[in-house]
Design a protein around this ligand. Structure first.
Ligand SMILES: *Cc1c(COP(=O)(O)O)cnc(C)c1O
Length: 228
């Protein structure tokens, strides 16, 4: 069985090689550890091994773990679907949200962001896989959404996020990530973030400009959803 430290070094090596192959500085790609379904103890171990950015999908689970880990200087990213009645705790307890896909959610996050905290870092989630996926705004909706979010005082629009349909075909992986990169360039805004690439496709994402790769399984092992 591999340990978390072994997994981190394998991922670091994959990121490093992919960045070099793309002629990019490996330091331009950051690792977001996706800790959904994993216990607080696993996050504590990840922090001890040098990771500080944690991604969570389920609000209640995340809040419980944040409380158990409040002694650690972790940076929390919300990456799951957002219900409009859950925006307040997200605005209060996270540093980043990668999964904003409609204006109503952005508006609420901005209004509910505590004034004592810096603006919440935002990525807009875009559906780059057409009908195969239901999360994310459509490419056609993106420009208006980006303009609106860019104007909200409690938010800082950083870039785009996508979860393409899983495929083992490298060319198809890259095509989806290239679409996100091009959509971002077409916005003409000053954005510095592309959140794309997971355990199985981080190389393709880095080849197409990813600045965050969101890695769960390859760090923490397979997820057990219990009865879910
Ligand atoms: C679960 C999840 C990940 C991590 O996926 P792995 O394949 O386990 O690396 C990344 N991003 C989002 C939005 C997720 O929900």
């Amino acid at each position: 069985m591999s340990t978390l430290a072994d997994n981190i070094s394998v991922i670091a090596h994959r990121i490093d090689s992919a960045a070099r192959a793309a002629g990019r500085d490996p330091a331009s790609v950051q690792l977001l550890a996706v800790s959904k379904t994993k216990p607080a103890s696993a996050i504590r171990e990840a922090h001890a091994a040098g990771l500080c950015h944690m991604g969570e999908n389920y609000l209640q689970e995340a809040l419980t773990k944040q409380q158990a880990l409040s002694d650690l200087p972790l940076i929390w990213h919300f990456i799951g679907p957002i219900q409009s009645n859950k925006t307040k705790p997200i605005a209060e307890h996270f540093d980043w949200v990668h999964s904003v896909d409609r204006q109503k959610i952005a508006q609420r996050l901005s209004e509910q962001r505590p004034a004592a905290l810096p603006p919440l870092n935002i990525c807009l989630q875009v559906n780059v896989s057409g009908e195969a996926s239901k999360s994310g705004c459509s490419p056609a909706e993106l420009p208006a959404l980006a303009q609106a979010v860019n104007a909200l005082p409690g938010l800082r629009l950083r870039g785009l996020m996508a979860i393409p349909e899983p495929t083992e075909d490298r060319a198809e992986q890259e095509a989806a990530f290239a679409t996100l990169r091009e959509l971002q360039a077409q916005l003409g805004l000053d954005l510095d973030t592309l959140s794309m690439g997971m355990s199985h496709d981080l190389e393709a994402a880095i080849a197409q400009g990813a600045t965050w790769v969101r890695i769960g399984t390859a760090l923490f092992g397979a997820r057990d959803y219990g009865q879910a």
